[in-house]
Write a protein that binds this ligand. Sequence first.
Ligand SMILES: CSC[C@H]1O[C@@H](n2cnc3c(O)ncnc32)[C@H](O)[C@@H]1O
Ligand SMILES: [Zn+2]
Length: 445
Amino acid sequence: MTAKQAVHLLINARWIIPVVPANRVFEDCALVIHRQKIIALVPQAEARKRFEPEQAVNLDRHIVIPGLINAHGHAAMNLLRGYADDFALQTWLNDHIWPAEAEHVDAEFVHDGTELAIAEMIKSGTTCFADMYFFPEQAAQVARKAHMRAQITFPILDFPTSWGQGPDDYFAKGLALHDEYRADDLIRIGFGPHAPYTVSDPHLAKVATLAEELQAPIQIHLHETVQEVDDAYRDTGVRPIERLYQLGLLTPQTQCVHMTQLNDDDIQTIANSGAHVIHCPESNLKLASGFCPVAKLQEAGVNVALGTDGAASNNNLNMLEEIQTAALLAKAVSRDPAALNAHQALACATLCGAKALGIDDITGSLEVGKAADIVALQADDTSALPIYDPASALAYNNRALKVSHVWVAGRALLLSGHLQTLDERDIRARTEQWQAKIKPVRSQP
Ligand SMILES: CSC[C@H]1O[C@@H](n2cnc3c(O)ncnc32)[C@H](O)[C@@H]1O
Ligand SMILES: [Zn+2]
């Protein structure tokens, strides 16, 4: 008899949806984890014969999936959740959010807001998030403490903010941060030019050059509203996508967020460039920005990932909800009930997110050799039953499921619903202090 192989962790689960291979559900199988990686996905009986785990977790009423990837957000804006609802983007930004940010955002705000956001993300099954916000060094520090995987893009805008005096300052601070995290296993620093209407040509061109040189990602809000595209066309004679293309900013390293205003030429330009689309359906609905044509983009070969955007325009960071909204909306927009089925919607929130962030060799599916970024959802509440197809439960009835366990690179961040790397009581106390300090200006109806 050959000796059993010693491994760190064995996860036995009722259902495992690995995402790769696509459209598959493995029943009564086990994931075997050694060091930070998945080393096998086999039937439980075989796992018992072959492996001697340091720790075994039995999840016999659970659905196990790859960790969810929130491909766009502004984590610290969790402290502005519910601050200004029911406005269109430009009114929301100009009259409410930017004045609030000018008054309140500092390093401590970003530290505390990001910690609040990461706690929410872990508890709702997210293992990796893309962030674009001021004081990105704070976001990176908190992500590192929480052991979350993250892409942190440092903001570039033409004007001064509480984080810096203007573009030169932002580039200097951001590049230093990129250097600091160059060898980090979980955190990658990229460029976050805010939007075509807040960043001028020379700075966009500089982002393109530096990103190419450093092989770093770029994330930008793009074609979010009718007003953005109409104003740009009036002022420049081209649509923002065309301007970005001319400046060399559309490459496979580029993540275009929102993209609700797309004609056939725009879709072709994006497809040809290899740039990725980050679809934020709930933020787009709430700000009444428009609809991202997901089915058309996918048909054209564009990779579409999912993001929540910030909690000030969503108003939560729950990627399971985002999966459901994306799946329902895709059907309505394309008038095709088969558009974005349950497995495809889950893929958008996992593998496609990893592709967009350029980390699909590391995460995004439960494949042997990938990092153990794993989420388990308890699925035994009567409101979840019966479960004929766990992918259906995930996409269309996920309020009935409860995220119970979360691992990133094999380390537990959530065990039986309890955070392992963050102190929830402390987060609550600090959030209450911010709530007392930040007073929303409410106009009377
Ligand atoms: C440069 S840091 C991020 C900056 O973006 C603002 N923001 C949040 N949500 C959106 C959105 O949907 N479109 C454009 N800008 C957005 C945020 O408040 C920060 O100022
Ligand atoms: Zn955003």
